[in-house]
Design a protein around this ligand. Structure first.
Ligand SMILES: [Mg+2]
Length: 443
């Protein structure tokens, strides 16, 4: 058998060849035009997005609200000046209330990873709009601050949801663990005050629906525990009716739940047991060392009883380091002033720096120990953030864990002249502070 190994040459007629080339050029030119068109469209879309504009009806537009913190706005709103306000509002949480992930994961993998929580959701929302209610989404998205969630994905998802609903929906996204976060009411207040066309909302005709409802594990067959109670608390703080998605969309009966944090209104009714007559400031020069977890009332005490009497306050939050606090204390003592150390001071070693200083200067040192229960301190931590409109950020849980881990009960043996135990007594500068104290707080 003989194989022909010579190369085979195919010759294309000249006419056919030029046709092929022409087709190729035409295809390349169309592709290039297409790419250019897409690039122009993408640029236009980017410019539009940067301005917060959307394709949604009723002129709905995204806006950043509040002062930026580390380059991030605490609140993002979707609203429109041309949308007339309504007195009846139905607020919804978004995740696992209006929608769930299509992937079945806990957190969405992207803007497209969603489906309706139940097939009856869109019809229900449309009927609410037809019945004169304003549908508003309020969502906590701390993942944005943690850089785990892309805010554009959330915006795209919300726009997608609204397009499918074909009704005007306003939306508010809290971007971190800031003062707008549910269950605080500032996100709702912002909507009512700025985005409802000047119309007062009727709290008796408005409701909120969310899945963070404090239900225990196995509240229904194979149902996990709710991760928090913040949606239920949000409604209670506003003073509107609350429903879980199961109650609202499926007409299920209410499941048992626990608030899981301090009942501040009930707490205020309990009179603090404190019959001792406390001598706060001393007429002679001294150092006062405070001991107490974050937000246990140390600064209030310092401002109320010591600073007005001329005590110089040292504080690590404002001065940065223990060394700086000791330096400032030393300088104040040299000027004949008394000093109040407003730090958590949980253990002997943190207190020793100031006790040594007092000994060196030959002046007495007293210790004021806050007896504030831990759940009250946690509550105050969040109330303080809301009272200051976010100026004082909440101390993260780790701050309490570190305090507890390091805590050593102060003793006279350390060199104190006196140990003074302080029971926390709520006192409010104004009505708003009292209202905020009475609110439910949670994570
Ligand atoms: Mg949810």
């Amino acid at each position: 058998m003989c194989l022909d190994m010579s190369p085979q040459v195919y010759i294309t007629p000249v006419g056919q060849c030029s046709n092929l080339i022409m087709k190729l050029i035409a295809r390349m030119s169309a592709r290039s035009k297409n790419l250019k068109r897409k690039a122009v469209e993408n640029t236009a879309l980017a410019v539009k997005k940067a301005k917060g504009e959307t394709d949604l009806a009723h002129g709905l537009k995204w806006a950043q609200v509040g002062q930026e913190l580390k380059g991030l706005c605490p609140l993002i709103s979707l609203s429109s000046d041309s949308l007339p306000g309504r007195t009846k509002v139905v607020g919804f949480d978004i995740d696992f209330t209006v929608i769930k992930t299509a992937s079945g994961r806990k957190f969405a993998t992207g803007a497209k990873d969603w489906e309706w929580w139940d097939e009856m959701v869109p019809a229900k929302l449309k009927s609410l709009d037809a019945d004169g209610y304003r549908v508003v989404f309020f969502t906590n998205q701390a993942g944005i601050e943690k850089q785990k969630t892309n805010p554009n994905d959330i915006k795209d998802k919300i726009e997608d949801i609204i397009k499918q609903l074909s009704i005007p929906v306003q939306a508010f996204i809290c971007t971190g663990t800031n003062h707008y976060r549910k269950p605080g009411t500032l996100m709702w207040d912002y909507f009512v005050d700025n985005c409802n066309g000047g119309i007062k909302v009727d709290v008796n005709k408005s409701i909120f629906v969310g899945d963070a409802a404090g239900r225990a594990k196995a509240w229904a067959a194979e149902k996990p525990k709710d991760f928090s109670c913040s949606d239920r608390m949000f409604a209670a703080n506003i003073g509107i009716k609350f429903y879980t998605p199961e109650e609202y969309f499926m007409s299920e009966s209410a499941a048992p739940f626990k608030w899981g944090s301090l009942d501040a209104e009930a707490y205020l009714k309990i009179k603090p047991v404190n019959n001792k007559t406390i001598t706060y400031h001393s007429e002679s020069q001294e150092i006062v060392i405070m001991v107490g977890p974050p937000a246990s009332g140390k600064s209030s005490l310092r401002k109320r009883y010591f600073e007005p009497q001329g005590y110089v306050a040292v504080n690590k939050d404002t001065m940065g380091t223990q060394a700086k606090c000791v330096k400032v204390a030393k300088e104040a003592l040299a000027k004949g002033k008394s000093v109040v150390v407003d730090n958590t001071n949980p253990n002997k070693s943190t207190r020793k720096d100031f006790l040594d200083l007092a000994e060196k200067e030959g002046i007495p040192c007293r210790c004021f120990v806050m007896q504030t229960p831990l759940d009250v301190a946690h509550h105050l931590n969040l109330v303080r953030q809301n009272m200051t409109n976010g100026e004082v950020r909440r101390v993260p849980d780790v701050g309490y864990a570190v305090y507890n881990k390091n805590f050593e009960t102060p003793s006279k043996c350390e060199g104190f002249l006196e140990i003074v135990n302080i029971d926390f007594t709520p006192q409010f500068d104004n009505k708003r502070h009292e209202v905020l104290f009475k609110h439910w707080t949670g994570h």
